[in-house]
Design a protein around this ligand. Structure first.
Ligand code: FAQ
Length: 333
């Protein structure tokens, strides 16, 4: 290599880390100043990867989460209940779409994300691997699962990454409505016949502990919390949000006249919190690893739905291509 070219290459390789360090410095300053990071801004690869992982897991949870409730659409006890449940499940599909769009702004393709879900290489929330055995489960999912989702997701509205934070604002508004409808289903059942009240209690018994697991492992065992907090993605630890959820939910259970299935639950005057018993973390591990009651069924049904929907995607693409041709021809004329 010619000497001049060599020295130019050397000076480039000396300046490259400096330029990278400067970009990193600016990124850190934006995070410290609470300035939102937008898709065109430089970001560290780890930040991008963390967001893709979390947003994708969240999107997958929304669309897999349609299945346990979809199971009860045909068996809803009245036309009104059926219409409300259909609307809720449609909202969840919409949440999945906003979230996949947010993930795509990070340079990953939706088709690839779905492939990662269908081949078990990306996760979705453990909660959707539990079966929905009775109509009361629609109440328990709305009240507890959406309640936990809101507690976890309201702070995500302030996530440092703009497209995710903005998607969360709309999602949280809809989740609040979902939580109210779940509460209302349980309220009706718990003030109905003894058999209806027993059905409501049984649903709460089955969904209570898995709802606490939705917040993730304890902080001490959480792989990502510290870094995600430093990047302004997560605003609170898993344990704090879990505790807030318990504190919010206990008085609501009292208002419903239902019991939370935890003999160790007690009011702690000193801390001003409801103290709760030990969560079965082995169960969470098992469910995350694919060994929950419905994991295989959920993923298989999702794969089949995706394959069955191929013609819709093909038609939409063909239509878009035809429309683009027509627009070009009109512009050229
Ligand atoms: N299930 O280090 P951390 C909904 C994984 S949407 C499965 O603490 P991170 C709406 C975690 O991915 C519900 N996996 O992780 C609805 C990581 O694995 P990785 C979904 C879990 O990310 C309602 C590993 O364990 N919500 O309900 C779970 O900092 C009704 C270590 O954990 C969201 O996705 C779990 N429960 O914190 C729909 C909210 N917990 O990736 C239908 C956004 C942990 O290293 C009906 N996500 N893992 O292989 C988050 O806030 C966070 O990702 C956490 C986990 C808090 C879930």
């Amino acid at each position: 290599m010619h000497d001049d070219a060599l020295s130019e290459t050397r000076s480039e390789s000396r300046s490259a880390p400096t330029a990278e360090a400067e970009l990193e410095r600016r990124f850190e300053a934006m995070i410290a100043d609470e300035v939102r990071i937008e898709p065109r801004d430089w970001m560290p690869e780890g930040y991008r990867r963390t967001l893709v992982r979390q947003i994708a897991q969240h999107a997958h949870s929304e669309i897999i989460g349609m299945q346990p409730e979809g199971n009860w659409i045909t068996r809803a006890p009245s036309l009104r209940r059926k219409a409300i449940l259909i609307a809720k499940v449609q909202d969840e599909a919409g949440h999945g779409l906003y979230l996949y769009s947010a993930a795509e702004t990070l340079g990953i393709d939706r088709e690839d994300l779905l492939d990662l879900l269908h081949t078990g290489r990306q996760k979705y929330s453990s909660i959707f691997n539990y079966p929905t055995l009775t109509w009361a489960d629609m109440g328990a999912i709305g009240w507890l699962v959406d309640g936990a989702a809101i507690m976890n997701q309201v702070p995500l509205c302030r996530c440092s990454y703009g497209p995710y934070g903005r998607a969360m604002v709309r999602i949280c508004k809809e989740e609040s409505f979902h939580q109210r409808q779940g509460f209302e289903i349980l309220h009706t059942l718990s003030h109905g016949t003894p058999a209806q009240k027993a059905m409501a209690q049984d649903a709460v018994n089955r969904f209570w502990w898995p709802s606490l697991m939705m917040f993730g492992p304890p902080d001490a065992a959480s792989t990502h919390s510290a870094q995600s907090a430093a990047w302004g993605i997560k605003r609170f630890g898993n344990d704090e949000l879990r505790q807030r959820f318990v504190d919010m939910t206990v008085p609501q259970a009292q208002a419903l006249g239902l019991t939370l299935p935890d003999p160790d639950l007690r009011w702690d005057e000193r801390s001003g919190h409801w103290r709760f018993g030990a969560v079965d973390w082995d169960e969470l591990d098992r469910v995350i690893r694919g060994d929950g009651p419905c994991n295989a069924q959920r993923v298989e049904r999702r794969r089949t739905a995706h394959e069955d929907g191929a013609w819709v995607r093909d038609s939409a693409e063909a239509y878009a291509a035809k429309h683009a041709d027509t627009t070009r021809a009109t512009a050229a004329a």
